[in-house]
Design a binder for this molecule. Structure first.
Ligand code: CAA
Length: 655
């Protein structure tokens, strides 16, 4: 770690260098402060450029140290920058995020490379910017634009930032040289605005009602009240003096760092990165090149996987067994893209490009030269083994053969080929073009370079990978089964589907298990149980009556003319009848009991998964649940919740 200073004529260039992302630790702040003192004290220096070495400008405060107050604070460093006594310009490349953008706001000007991105992502950690990010930004670009940035945590491109006045100039190359020239020109023209903190008067106007509406929208999208913090601080920027607004922002920030939510979200931040990183023999292995991909099966899963690849620029061949099924699949793909265009989330031109990347075939021989083949056929071992034997005969040597099975034994599938070291599981979650989780299933013989390739691919696809071992249902579905095993019993004892779902939503889940089963189709579990020779009287009866869920307009709920679930007296009667036959006395079941009896077994299963080495770390399990099933991020994942929050939540309830 170092911070250099070099003079180019009358301009000093201060370069921050702390790989990988120049995160602002206390030690780094000290070094920056010293260089600022040097620049301030040198009369020959008439202006300063603040730049970064490596792949990015400062990507934020050091998240490891957040919550600690150790001098010099970021506030103090930014104040020093503003009070330099000479104009300054921040040269932004890569990602200028959080404390990094706040540091840049301490400069008189900001210039950026065209591909730079700017953002205030603190909300994703349950925080708000703590060093002037909401206050100075409001002065510069207005309250609404600031709230959009700080309340969503999303990044914006350099050109957009220039359009709203957050950035003063954008350059295609030679960023630092251009920054020096930019500052020199402004000095020569005597065109130096006051520090951002003194631009309150020039603040763009804002409609307070629009601010309230935007806040509500941001909270809804984030499924969290965290955007409220940024909204409160933005309102303070409008009404209080700079000093008071800054003090309040700091107070809100410090309070937020003491909350359980911050601990949980910080845990997920590091958990996600740990899960994505190759380790052990995989870290040593060289990934294989993947340019072309084939998907076997054009059903919901297969077409979703094909779109996930096409969306990331891959050429994809979709293979079906007959022309009719292929046509249906290709139509499904086209419809999905057309809907995105209609919704406005994709341009017609981009949709066209993506569609053009997906070709269909019924001839397995057409897959002879592709680099990766993903089987997404019917969930049946015999079917899968036949497909893999066929693939073994046609795929080129070195091609990777993956199965998208949700439950089945990847080792058994691999053994139907002569090259089990090239076989692995790539378990996408439905809809595969939307959901971020990718369970990468390592078989007994999967080669390390095949695993390394899958991890690299996940990054290219914008997916969150988690490496898991072979067992029935891997990490996610195995725990889901344990969670759902208690459902029937709870219902028979007296809970109602809508009560169970409401208890789950109150916990923070986007939807409850009955709603989720109706959405996915109750027949999937039914088929699975039958294959294993198991029964579950209640859902089995619903399926016997054709109540497969939303697709049949009835399941646990009734769906008349809409997707809105309505409690159905027929289901209540079925539950009461089976309870009576089974000799179960009906009683009041509390919401707390619902959570305890569903989450407890699921966490116990998680512990077994760890003991068996199916997941490498407890935090990997949390990542699976946060990305694959909507476990409330604010609670950090089931294992974190159990280890850190469960008891304190129960204590709080008692008080
Ligand atoms: N603090 C500490 N470490 C960080 C970090 C940060 N702010 N940002 C990234 N890192 C680390 C990661 O943990 C990772 O470490 P390992 O290699 O040891 O796993 C490494 O940097 C690279 O990160 P990524 O794998 O995420 O790399 P990427 O290229 O995919 O993404 C990034 C880079 C966009 C900067 C992404 O890392 C990111 O979004 N970082 C977080 C940014 C953020 O939240 N900043 C705000 C911090 S809070 C703040 O600043 C408060 C304030 O107001 C004062």
């Amino acid at each position: 770690m170092k911070v250099d200073i070099e003079k180019f004529g009358r301009i000093a260039v201060i370069t921050i260098d702390r790989p990988p992302v120049n995160a602002l630790s206390q030690a780094l702040r000290k070094l920056i402060e010293a260089r600022l003192d040097e620049a301030a004290g040198d009369d020959a220096v008439k202006g300063a450029v603040l730049a970064c070495a490596g792949r990015t400008f400062v990507a934020g405060a050091d998240i490891e140290e957040l919550g600690e107050v150790r001098p010099p604070t970021l506030h103090a460093v930014i104040d020093k920058l503003e009070a330099l006594g000479k104009p300054s310009v921040a040269a932004l490349h890569g990602t200028a995020l959080g404390g990094g953008l706040e540091l840049a706001l301490g400069c008189t000007f900001r210039v950026a490379s065209r591909d730079a991105r700017l953002g205030l992502p603190e909300v994703k950690l349950g925080l708000l910017p703590g060093a002037g990010g909401t206050v100075r930004t409001t002065y510069l670009i207005g309250a609404e634009a600031t709230l959009k940035l700080a309340g969503s945590g999303n990044m914006m491109g350099a050109e957009t930032a220039q359009g709203i006045g957050l950035v003063d100039a954008v350059f295609d190359n030679d960023l630092v040289a251009n920054a020096i020239r930019f500052l020199s020109d402004r000095i020569d023209a005597d065109d130096i605005p006051p520090p951002v903190s003194r631009r309150r008067e020039a603040m763009p106007a804002c409609d307070p009602q629009a601010l309230d509406k935007l806040t509500a929208e941001l909270c809804r999208t984030a499924r969290s009240s965290a955007p409220e913090l940024a909204a409160q601080s933005v309102r303070n920027a409008l009404t209080l003096s700079f000093e008071d607004a800054m003090a309040e922002e700091r107070r809100l920030f410090e309070t937020a760092t003491q909350c359980d939510r911050f601990g949980a979200l910080r845990h997920l931040f590091f958990a996600e990165r740990a899960a994505a990183k190759p380790s052990g023999d995989v870290a040593e292995a060289e990934p294989r090149a993947v340019q072309t991909v084939a998907v076997i099966g054009a059903g919901t899963m297969g077409s979703g996987i094909a779109m996930a690849f096409a969306n990331s620029g891959f050429d994809v061949i979709v293979r079906e067994t007959d022309e009719a099924a292929l046509t249906r699949g290709m139509e499904r793909i086209a419809d999905t893209y057309d809907r995105s265009v209609k919704r406005g989330s994709l341009s017609a031109e981009e949709a066209g490009k993506r569609k053009a990347r997906i070709a269909g075939t019924v001839a397995i021989a057409d897959l002879a030269s592709v680099d990766l083949i993903i089987e997404a056929a019917f969930e049946d071992m015999a079917v899968k083994k036949t497909i893999f034997a066929e693939l073994d005969a046609v795929a080129r040597q070195g091609a990777i053969l993956a199965t998208n099975t949700s439950y089945l034994d990847v080792n058994e599938i691999a053994l139907s080929t002569t090259r089990p070291s090239d076989v692995l599981g790539l378990h996408f979650f439905s809809p595969a073009n939307v959901m971020t989780l990718l369970e990468i299933v390592r078989g007994a013989e999967t080669a390390p370079e095949v695993m390394a390739t899958a991890l690299k691919l996940a990054r290219r696809l914008g997916k969150q990978p988690v490496v898991v071992g072979v067992c029935h249902g891997f990490v996610g579905n195995r725990m889901l089964q344990a969670r759902n095993a208690a459902l029937s019993q709870l219902l028979l004892e007296g809970a109602r589907p809508d009560q169970i779902d409401a208890a789950f939503r109150a916990f923070g889940w986007p939807m409850g298990p009955c709603q989720m089963q109706d959405l996915a189709g109750l027949d999937i579990g039914w088929r699975n149980r039958k294959a294993l020779g198991e029964t579950d009287a209640l859902p089995d009866r619903l399926c016997e009556l054709g109540r497969f869920g939303q697709k049949a307009d009835k399941g646990w709920y009734l769906y008349e003319d809409s997707r809105k679930p309505q409690p159905d007296p027929e289901v209540d009667a079925i539950i009461a009848e089976i309870a009576e036959k089974s000799g179960i006395a009906r009683r009041v079941v509390t919401d707390a009991e619902i959570i305890e009896r569903t989450h407890g077994p699921m966490i116990e299963e998680g512990r077994r998964i760890l003991d068996e080495g199916i997941a490498a770390r407890s935090s990997d399990i949390d990542v699976v649940w946060a990305h694959g099933y909507g476990f409330p991020r604010d609670l950090g994942g089931p294992m974190y919740w159990d280890d850190h929050l469960r008891e304190s939540a129960q204590e709080k309830k008692k008080v």
